[in-house]
Design a protein around this ligand. Structure first.
Ligand code: F6R
Length: 607
């Protein structure tokens, strides 16, 4: 979603801001803008479309050494230059960039209009610029605090004033904000990718905190003016990890990276002697873990499907009742938080607002929540009682791929740990871990044969509708496959339990609606094969991901892609990678913007 960046130092602010905004592109946006000080006045430039449009509009060597920038993902008001940020007050001395939503903006705006303030845009964010101006009497920080004390909603903001040379004010509530510390220069941003090219030393802020930044230092306080001391942290990501390297898109790169990211999620977490996993970050004693009677996983989108896969595995290996639930629904239904239930919040970005608010609801009711996240220092892991970082490295493509397989890896390790504490034998644990260890090899084999999937995708990319069908642990994988196809290719796709099609979706089957079946050689195989025959009998095209040697599938299906044999609980890895590649190749065939599909944002920080 929206991204914000701020700079003060010796460099040309416009250059730093534009390069930061470029790095934030992956979050998804439809317009962008910057404001820099040029003497005692602000130069504010805003453009719809790609950052290139903004760069073309910014004069070369635009003077100014402090400034703010924004990529906007429209919520209130259409996609226009005027609605893009930064927003300024009537004097054009104060400029604001804002992530989040000001929920009470209508009331605030009506009051400001009655007081004579003139609005230029249709956004909720412009209210902030006028409110700050209303309270400004020479002290920008206190004007920002006075304005924020009237605001309801979520925000990550950066504010500047033309007369306040070399000063930025940042504040957060529900939207991320990080400070980057350089040599006599400072950066503010909504995520570290915007500033990684300049510094790896960062400070993360909490909700309710306000930071005053100059090129030489910063002070943090809360809205009631209490000083807050902050710790500095180091970012472990390397800049090269954020480049496409030899690949033409981030999505393709990230699909390929799974061969390394899955072992990274396991690194240092396996005890081979005891045939178990070691997860220190859970912050729970063995006795506390033994008391767990139920596991509930809360997440959104792809992370939710990873949660569904994980709930099968936890139940199957550890014999603990387990289920996954959509964070957006969970938080609003006054959930019953049980004493011996352990909650997991899964989120690649660590910032998804639905998941974050569900986590807060569980904690408010006294529950224990563990985070499974990728972005180190993001809000969900910081607010969790413990958890596991998946260490996938930056996931830049809007469509999530490598995070999915690392999320399930982290929870497979949790399942093994719990299972070995309960009734799984050492030899069964060792056998499972052995099979898990060779998954990357099996994925390499899939990647080496990706041309086969490309051929299938080229043949089917022009079909308007698809069904993705699986059973058991691969049922959520089918749903993830459908989600991936819709996101990147805009082809309508539905993911279902293959058993469910008879209860409705089979009505869609005709020669124009292909079905993608997931056919592992597990205890559900025979049933899936029957479902394939049912589709075939209705003139439906059948595509299948099956296990090498399964000739019967070849006889039924119009197209088959084969994967290696593995433990029946590990097929989600080998089923999902071909589906990711299939979606990718369909999108390429249709000339879609694979890494930044329309209307989507990488980190969904609004409801
Ligand atoms: C799908 C996708 C989204 C995210 C969802 C949750 O490819 O990327 O469905 O999975 O928005 O995001 P995180 O995992 O960051 O909480």
């Amino acid at each position: 979603m929206c991204g914000i960046v701020g700079y003060c130092g010796d460099k040309l602010a416009s250059e730093v801001l534009l390069s930061g905004l470029k790095r934030l592109e992956y979050r998804g946006y439809d317009s962008s803008g910057i404001s820099v000080n040029s003497g005692n006045k602000l130069s504010i430039i805003k453009k719809t479309g790609k950052i290139k449009n903004l760069r073309d509009a910014v004069p070369e060597n635009l003077p100014g050494h402090f400034g703010i920038g924004h990529t906007r993902w429209a919520t209130h008001g259409g996609v226009t230059d005027i609605n893009a940020h930064p927003h300024s007050d009537s004097s054009e001395k104060i400029a604001v960039v804002h992530n989040g939503i000001i929920e009470n903006y209508t009331g605030l705006k009506e009051k400001l209009l009655r007081e004579g303030y003139v609005f230029k845009s249709e956004t909720d964010s412009e209210v902030l610029a006028h409110l700050i101006s209303k309270f400004y009497e020479g002290d920008l920080e206190s004007a920002v605090k006075s304005a924020l004390s009237l605001v309801k909603g979520t925000y990550g903001i950066i504010v500047m004033h033309a007369d306040k040379d070399n000063e930025l004010i940042g504040a957060r509530n529900g939207s991320p904000l990080v400070l980057g510390i350089g040599d006599d220069e400072m950066f503010l941003a909504s995520d570290v990718s915007a500033i990684l090219a300049y510094t790896k030393q960062v400070v993360y802020f909490e909700d309710g905190e306000v930071v005053k930044v100059t090129s030489k230092g910063f002070t943090t306080s809360d809205l009631k003016n209490n000083r807050v001391s902050k710790d500095m942290e180091n970012i472990s990501w390397e800049l090269e990890e954020m480049e496409k390297g030899k690949f033409s898109t981030y999505m393709e790169k990230e699909i390929h990276e799974q061969v390394e990211s899955i072992p990274r999620a396991m690194k240092g977490r396996i005890n081979e002697d005891l045939a178990t996993a070691v997860l220190g970050g859970l912050n729970m004693t063995g006795r506390e873990l033994l008391d767990v009677e139920r596991v509930k996983i809360i997440a959104a989108g792809t992370s939710y499907y990873a949660g569904q896969v994980a709930s099968y595995i936890i139940e199957s290996l550890a014999r603990i009742p387990s289920s996954a639930e959509l964070a957006s629904e969970f938080r609003y239904r006054n959930p019953v938080v049980e004493k011996n239930t352990l909650y997991f919040a899964i989120s690649q970005s660590g910032e998804t607002i639905d998941t974050l608010f569900a986590l807060r609801e569980i904690k408010r009711k006294g529950g224990r929540v563990l985070g499974i996240c990728n972005v180190v220092g993001s809000t969900i892991p910081r607010e969790s009682d413990g958890g596991v970082y998946i260490h996938s490295g930056p996931e830049i493509s809007v469509a999530s791929t490598k995070a999915f397989t690392s999320q399930i890896t982290a929870l497979y390790l949790f399942a093994i740990h719990m299972a070995r504490m309960r009734d799984m034998s050492q030899s069964s644990g060792a056998a499972f871990l052995k099979d898990l260890n060779i998954i990357p090899e099996a994925i390499t084999d899939i990647l080496n044969r990706k041309a086969e999937l490309q051929k299938i995708a080229e043949k089917y990319a022009h079909y308007p509708n698809f069904l993705f069908l699986g059973r058991g642990i691969n049922c959520p994988v089918a749903m993830e496959g459908a989600l991936k196809l819709k996101e990147v290719s805009y082809i309508h796709a539905e993911g279902y339990s293959a058993a469910e099609i008879k209860h409705g979706p089979i009505a869609l089957i005709n020669e124009k609606t292909p079905s993608m079946f997931l056919v592992p050689d597990d205890h559900m195989r025979e049933k899936i094969v029957s479902n394939m025959k049912e589709v075939k009998a209705r003139n439906g095209k059948v595509l299948a991901i099956a296990v090498k040697g399964d000739k019967e599938v070849e006889d039924i299906a119009d197209e088959v892609f084969y994967v290696s044999k593995t433990h029946e609980n590990l097929y989600p890895y080998l089923m999902v990678v071909p589906l990711q590649l299939f979606s990718y190749f369909c999108a390429m065939e249709l000339h879609r913007d694979v890494d930044q599909p329309r209307n989507l944002a990488k980190s969904v920080t609004v409801e």
